[in-house]
Write a protein that binds this ligand. Structure first.
Ligand SMILES: CC(C)(COP(=O)(O)OP(=O)(O)OC[C@H]1O[C@@H](n2cnc3c(N)ncnc32)[C@H](O)[C@@H]1OP(=O)(O)O)[C@@H](O)C(=O)NCCC(=O)NCCS
Length: 233
């Protein structure tokens, strides 16, 4: 147990340059307190002390701003930086060496039962304010950008950003996205009228040429000087 606690402190020192000492890690990192208390509540939850486990986790939330459901499974070297506003749902599974920043939600979509929260694989970093919803897997080594809303599984070693989350980097390579330029999409009705107008113009020109030729050749239809076939309006 003490080895694990020491590893938690080392994880903070390694991942946050602002943490300069063990004392600082112990006193200034609510994420550390939340994780330690979670280990207690998780055991209680597994032992069937569900109400007590939740009551303790709510009290921890009150003091740290971090709500970790006692049912969540969390691996080693887990680090929550700053912490305030973090919510981790009951069926969440978190691997090793995962980092979360403040305001992260690992939640359910509200449409599922049973396993309804994300699985976060090893070495994932989830940026400030990001939301990951549903029983989806975030592959190992992936970075979830600040403010992203992820509702679909993400392969390993990716960077996912935006709402809804889209992969912009995969295994170190930029993923090109097609820019549709929605403001420039053609209007099919206008296009059809343009085509019709073009055809009408061509037909009128052709008719005019035929009429001129017929007049020159003295065709009977034009001999009286009247133009009964004029379609030019
Ligand atoms: C996503 C992140 C990890 C960068 O990952 P990366 O693999 O180095 O990606 P890049 O910086 O090369 O960015 C790739 C593209 O995503 C965009 N992007 C990066 N982060 C983004 C974000 N949070 N939201 C939207 N777009 C983002 C970049 O502008 C870039 O776009 P472009 O291809 O049009 O130029 C980083 O931007 C981030 O959000 N980190 C979170 C850190 C955090 O929460 N800190 C809190 C401290 S209190």
């Amino acid at each position: 147990m003490f080895a694990r606690m020491r590893a938690d402190i080392v994880a903070i020192k390694e991942r946050d340059p602002a943490c300069t000492s063990t004392l600082s890690a112990l006193t200034n990192y609510p994420g550390l307190w939340a994780v330690w208390w979670h280990r207690v509540t998780h055991r209680l939850h597994k032992a069937g002390w569900v109400w007590l486990a939740r009551a303790i986790s709510q009290s921890v939330r009150h003091h740290t701003g971090i709500e970790i459901h006692p049912g969540a499974t969390i691996g080693q070297d887990f680090f929550i930086d700053h912490g305030m506003g973090v919510v981790i749902g009951e069926t969440t599974v978190i691997g090793r060496c995962v980092t979360l920043y403040q305001g992260v939600t690992l939640g359910g979509t509200g449409k599922e039962r049973g396993k309804r929260h994300p699985t976060i694989e090893d070495n994932v970093v989830v940026g400030v304010g990001a939301t990951i919803l549903g029983d989806i897997v975030i592959g190992h080594g992936t970075k979830v950008g600040a403010g992203a809303v992820v509702v679909q599984a993400v392969p390993p070693s990716c960077t996912v950003v935006g709402i809804p989350g889209r992969v912009v980097v995969r295994e170190g390579q930029r993923v090109e996205t097609v820019d549709l330029h929605h403001e420039d999409l053609p209007d099919p009705v206008v296009e059809m009228f343009r085509t019709l107008q073009h055809r009408i113009d061509r037909l009128e020109n052709r008719l005019a040429r035929d009429e001129d030729r017929a007049q020159e050749e003295g065709h009977p239809a034009f001999s009286s000087g009247t133009d009964s076939t004029d379609t030019r309006g």
